[in-house]
Design a protein around this ligand. Structure first.
Ligand code: NAI
Ligand code: MG
Length: 338
């Protein structure tokens, strides 16, 4: 198995080193190649994602990304030129974000109950495609459009993936989150797709919620969710709420999947490069390690993914919540446990 590794900037390289430590403990046969992409490269050479690098990345079975960015890069440059470019070029149409409240982890909710949800967010359509423009910029008559693009093909493949995940889980429950009462054109396509596919998955019970109602239930009753499917923008927002109620940014893992397997999928912690703590060795590498678990599952090694998740689960249940995290110590512990 060939893995492309993009450590990136700030705490990216720190957490990726620990992710690779744990990966090496369970799968010593994986061969890693490192790629220098992110803010540092952009400052040095102005390059974001050269075509030659993109072609090399395509030759791998998966990509592990730390985080990119620093305060010296204007907003949007790395997002559009690197992160979104990777997502679109490699057809990462599923953004997968599990949110589970592990034993021993404190939720900001007073009574969180059991939380174990899997968010399936569409990754290549919606309002993030750059379909829009500006007229009369910097005048009082400026016009700006940002059109949400939804295709039958694009919605179907994501909803199908969500059903497949739901049917394989004990609760077999799927919730569509949208705003079908106001965004009626896209909303109708999403609801009809869910309805049509539900005939193929009769064991899966289906629910629908408007995104504003979901924003409340994620806080007041997150335990009601099992698998969630939603569009790119709503998914961006609700997955961060899901991360917050399950212990926050140091634990949130994600996968950007090309479910067809044509292109390598990319796994990364949800957090950024955290310049405020970079270089201090205190970043929590757990989100990266859980992303490695998603990677193993995606590459057809579920037994290894289980080992990684069990190691994290045990470590979190035995951590002293008051002790300062030491990045390498957490990695050492997880590698030994896995
Ligand atoms: P951030 O996620 O880097 O940091 C937010 C807060 O969470 C900070 O206080 C940070 O110290 C803390 N934090 C983050 N990860 C942590 C970890 N593993 N352990 C302990 N604490 C952690 O988000 P922020 O500050 O908005 O962005 C910083 C840079 O990262 C920016 O340049 C931004 O563009 C970039 N970014 C990159 C992403 C990516 O590569 N996918 C995602 C989000 C932001
Ligand atoms: Mg986000």
């Amino acid at each position: 198995m060939r893995l492309a590794v993009v450590p990136g900037d700030g705490i990216g390289p720190e957490v990726v080193a620990e992710g690779l430590k744990v990966l090496g403990a369970v799968a010593p046969d994986i061969e890693s190649t490192f790629y220098d992409l992110g803010a540092a490269r952009w400052h040095r050479s102005g390059e974001l994602l050269p075509d030659s690098v993109l072609e090399e990345l395509r030759q791998h079975d998966a990509i592990l990304l730390g985080a990119v960015g620093d305060p010296g890069v204007p907003s949007g440059i790395l997002e559009r030129g690197l992160l979104l470019k990777l997502r679109f070029e490699l057809d990462h149409h599923v953004n997968l974000r599990p949110a589970r409240l592990f034993d021993g982890v404190r939720s900001p909710l007073a009574e969180p109950g059991e939380i174990d949800m899997l968010c399936v967010r569409e990754g290549t359509e919606g309002p993030y495609v750059g379909n829009g423009g500006v007229l009369r910029r910097d005048t009082p008559h400026e016009v700006a459009t940002e059109v949400s693009l939804n295709t039958a093909f694009g919605v179907e493949r994501v909803v199908r993936y969500a059903f497949e995940r739901a049917v394989a889980r004990p609760r077999k429950h799927l919730t569509l989150i949208h705003k079908t009462n106001v965004l009626t054109h896209a909303g109708s396509l999403w609801s009809r797709t869910v309805e049509e596919l539900s005939a193929e998955f009769p064991e899966v019970s289906v629910a629908y919620q408007h995104v504003d109602a979901a924003a409340m239930f994620f806080i007041t009753d997150p335990g009601r969710y099992d698998v969630i499917v939603t569009d790119n923008l709503f998914g961006d927002i609700v997955t961060d709420v899901a991360a917050a109620v399950t212990g926050g940014i140091g634990l949130a893992a994600s996968g950007n999947l090309d479910v067809s397997g044509t292109n390598p999928s990319m796994f990364e912690p949800v957090h950024g490069s955290a310049p405020d703590i970079a270089g201090q060795g205190i970043a929590d590498p757990t989100a990266t390690v859980l992303s490695v678990g998603l990677l193993l599952e995606h590459l057809g090694r579920p037994e290894l993914a289980k080992k990684v998740n069990a190691a994290v689960s045990f470590d979190l249940s035995t951590r002293d919540p008051k002790a300062t995290i030491r990045t390498t110590e957490v990695g050492d512990r997880l590698a030994a446990l896995a």
